[in-house]
Structures are given as structure tokens and as C-alpha cells.
Design a protein around this ligand. Structure first.
Ligand SMILES: Nc1ncnc2c1ncn2[C@@H]1O[C@H](COP(=O)(O)OP(=O)(O)O)[C@@H](O)[C@H]1O
Ligand SMILES: [Mg+2]
Length: 244
């Protein structure tokens, strides 16, 4: 379970998060939406311990990661799978090398056979079986995105973080990635947190949708309720209207 309790964060005079609370259980998919600059990526960076909150607790598996030792942090980070907007693959490596890269860093070394089995399973999950030896430079944009996803899931993460996973993709590719996100979180029974402002992604990949407004999370909606939200801020956002 991922829990943010009264988390506040400011950058000099700019208070980005004002005592936010958020819980994502294993097997659930939460999505944070809101305008650019509202602090969505800041939440993900806090969870990754790239920055520290000014106040509050950040619990993963009931451990406060803001107080974790280096060793504990290393273990926690191994449980988190992260996909940014750009897949950021290594162009000089094959598909297989890109996917298995993080496995070779592990303290307990896996055999080549175990690595191959994991790579093949990850490729199967992203519907790219048999592409192991392909060079990354020979892949299309959509295929690169899938390999990025395969790399995320190779460590069987218990937490999945997606930052704008479909931004800049055409509608067909977006649908594709959205379906993969849903399938992968289910397969891993992960606690999934997606940050996006793409409507299709909000509707397809979420159980609970949180709007980040003025440093606070509004009451959650589901894909079924969001267009009838009592909040005019949320309704306006979904309909592409300005709230001011
Ligand atoms: N390291 C930083 N130093 C100063 N300001 C920052 C830093 N990171 C983010 N910000 C500011 O915090 C606000 C929220 O940023 P961000 O979380 O990236 O927004 P979003 O992902 O919702 O577009 C922005 O005003 C941004 O300029
Ligand atoms: Mg962002």
C-alpha cells in the first residue's frame, strides 16, 4: 500500500502541495490529473525520494520512506517501476539488453536462463514476443514505448508510477498503451499511480481519479462519475473549459 499523509512541499515561495492525503492499495489504479505546473510530477518525485517533503509521511508497505536508511531506500526503490513520457532506451543496445539491464545490477545474480525467462515474459506482456535481438534504432515510437514498459515490469514491481505515459502518442497507440497499463497492473497486482492530462488515459486506466487543485487533492471520482462531478473545476477540466 502506498500512503501519503499530510504531505506538504514548497519551492521557495511557491507552495506546491498543501497537506495532501492519498492512499493507493495493491491492485488499485489511482490517477492524478490537473493543469500543467499544478504539482503532479512533484508527487511522483517525492515517492521516488528524489526530493523530500517539508512535512508529512510517505509510507510504502507501512515504512516511512522519508526516514529510511540508504539500504532500506535501495530495497524500496526496487519495488517501484517507473515510466516517464519518453521511454529513454539505450540506442546502442538490443531490445533484450535494454530490458534486462537492471537485472544485472542486482546483488543476487540471476542465471542467464532465469534472465531470458523474465525477458520473454515481459515481452509477452507487452505483446512483443520474439523481438529480443532487435536493435532499438529499428523500432517504431510505439514499440519503444512498449519496450520501456517491459523494462519497468522486469523487476516485478509492487508499485507502478506513470508520468504522462500517453502524452504525444496518436489515439491508436494511446489506447494500446492504456490497455497495457491496465493488464500489467492487474498481472502484478501493483498499486498503480498515473499522472496524466490525457482524457482517454484518465478514463481507461483509472479506478480513482484525483484532481490536484491549488495544492490539494479534490474528492476522488471514478471514470463513471467524473463527467457528472459536483466540482465545477473537474467538470470544466474534462470539458476543456477554463475554471477562471
Ligand atoms: N526543483 C524545483 N525547484 C523549483 N520549483 C520547482 C521544482 N520542481 C517543480 N517546481 C515547480 O513546482 C510546480 C509544480 O511542478 P510539477 O510538479 O512539475 O507540475 P506538473 O507535473 O503538474 O506539471 C511548478 O510551478 C514548478 O515550476
Ligand atoms: Mg509533470
Amino acid at each position: 500500500m502506498l500512503e501519503l499523509i499530510d504531505i506538504s512541499k514548497r519551492f521557495e515561495e511557491n507552495t506546491v502541495l498543501k497537506a495532501i492525503n492519498l492512499t493507493v492499495d495493491k491492485g488499485r489504479k489511482a490517477t492524478i490529473i490537473g493543469p500543467s505546473g499544478s504539482g503532479k510530477s512533484t508527487i511522483l518525485r517525492l515517492i521516488l525520494c528524489l526530493i523530500q517533503p517539508d512535512r508529512g509521511q510517505l509510507l510504502l508497505d507501512n515504512m516511512d520512506i522519508t526516514k529510511a536508511s540508504k539500504k532500506e531506500l535501495y530495497e524500496i526503490r526496487n519495488k517501484i517501476g517507473l515510466l516517464f513520457q519518453s521511454a529513454a532506451l539505450f540506442d546502442s543496445m538490443t531490445v533484450e539488453e535494454n530490458i534486462s539491464f537492471s537485472l544485472t545490477e542486482r546483488p543476487h545474480r540471476l542465471t542467464q536462463k532465469e534472465i531470458s525467462r523474465k525477458v520473454n515474459h515481459a515481452l509477452e506482456l507487452v505483446e512483443m514476443s520474439g523481438q529480443n535481438k532487435k536493435q532499438v534504432t529499428d523500432l517504431s515510437g510505439g514499440q519503444k514505448k512498449r519496450i520501456g514498459l517491459a523494462r519497468v515490469i522486469i523487476n516485478d514491481p509492487e508499485y507502478l508510477l506513470f508520468d504522462e505515459p500517453t502524452t504525444g502518442l496518436d489515439p491508436v497507440l494511446s489506447t494500446n498503451i492504456e490497455n497495457l497499463i491496465v493488464n500489467i497492473s492487474k498481472e502484478l497486482n501493483a498499486a498503480t499511480l498515473t499522472v496524466t492530462h490525457q482524457i482517454s488515459t484518465i478514463l481507461r486506466t483509472s479506478d480513482d481519479i484525483y484532481f490536484l487543485h491549488d495544492g490539494q487533492l479534490l474528492d476522488p471520482e471514478s471514470p463513471n462519475t467524473i463527467y457528472q462531478s459536483k466540482s465545477s473545476i473537474i467538470k470544466n477540466f474534462m470539458n476543456g473549459k477554463s475554471s477562471v
